[in-house]
Write a protein that binds this ligand. Sequence first.
Ligand code: ARG
Length: 475
Amino acid sequence: MKAPNPDNSSAATGSLNKKDTSWSGRFNEPVAALVKKYTASVYFDQRLAAFDIQGSIAHAQMLGAQNIISMDDVIAIEKGLSEILQEIEAGQFEWLLDLEDVHLNIEKRLTDKIGDAGKRLHTGRSRNDQVATDVRLWLRVTSDQVIAGLKKLQISLLDLAEVNFDTVMPGFTHLQVAQPVTFGHHLLAYVEMLKRDVERFTDGRHRINRLPLGAAALAGTSYLINREMVAKTLGFEGVCENSLDAVSDRDFAIEFTFAASLVMTHLSRLSEELILWSSPRFAFVDIADRFCTGSSIMPQKKNPDVPELVRGKTGRVYGHLTALLTLMKGQPLAYNKDNQEDKEPLFDTADTLLVTLEIYADMMRGITVNKENMRQAAFEGFATATDLADYLVKKGMPFRDAHEVVALAVRHAVDEKVDLSELPLATLQQFAPQITDDVFAVLTLEGSLQSRNHIGGTAPAQVKAAIARARKVLG
Ligand code: ARG
């Protein structure tokens, strides 16, 4: 007998419609139209369709191999699902809101096509382990796309670094001219960051690549299933070893979004630099016109829209990370409908990241470098002051004293409106009598660069070696 529903007033809300959904048998009234819309995910989870079908075929094959369903049923299911995939790919599939999500839409269509065999597909399975499987299959492919995108961007940065292996620019700390570096060396800093990003996605992929199917709703299933077989068919590295965990945690999706957030952080910093460098005040680089827009009112303007948007979209991805962490934090085990909210942030994170990587690789190929302006900026900023201090140390002066001497020399040069390298030897000797003619070799920008000749240093020879190492890793 049906237990009375205290919230129900079926007389007022219309008659019971048992055919309404796959689970309506238990209910006394149909779901309100607005609730149907509110709880449906088919608008956005239909992009999982191909993975849902892939998972279902593997599940059906296992059910057949274990004699849980007949081989005739398996053949009918495989055929039906392949046709459905074609319908979806051809844009002919009719997605129904009434059927809530991607899983129920496909299952209903299968049953319409092949009858009872279609109804047997869901044996030993729940949408809870099904959706977790679909998301993992999708995220595995997506991780591979991200890794490929990161590598493409690394190559484009390496190409720019290569032609600028000895291009002098001021290196900054506190955005004040600090010491000369090469532009190639500066770009290689980003290649390193992206290298760690590749590592993060590669590592996270192992945790994505585990099979939830078999967990069923939450506790496993009483059928004699073979999870290892399904894992093998789907190319998973293993099965999720606890059914409650398998259906409920989305840590792999959070990790992906975190790794994406870090990539965006790195690109946001580079964007900030491109915005500064392309400003006429710096005029270090020019961004190709196809990545910029003009102003509708100020005819002289060329705005670096793409880097600005990357900086802006970084906030959007951080938002998704916060959303996913928050989504998870209050949920008791095991599956809760909250988890349906994992998809939009995750999908948008992937979409934002992939398009950003693609556009960035192209944008870096379109950068022109104004070497003269970079050099001039390094020259004007007393960038070789540390080199003079180091020179004095090598002549026997304690570093703290050398620091003080050079500070006085810089003050004098500021007053004279010249660079340290432009002060006459006699003047320099007034600050420190140890200074001899050989000082000018270290006071030049090239001398300063060349002296930092160790792994990780900015010397042009080191930049070349670092590029070669990076290219070797990229293959
Ligand atoms: N659309 C659901 C989701 O995205 C599928 C799982 C629903 N399971 C359930 N018992 N309501 O999470």
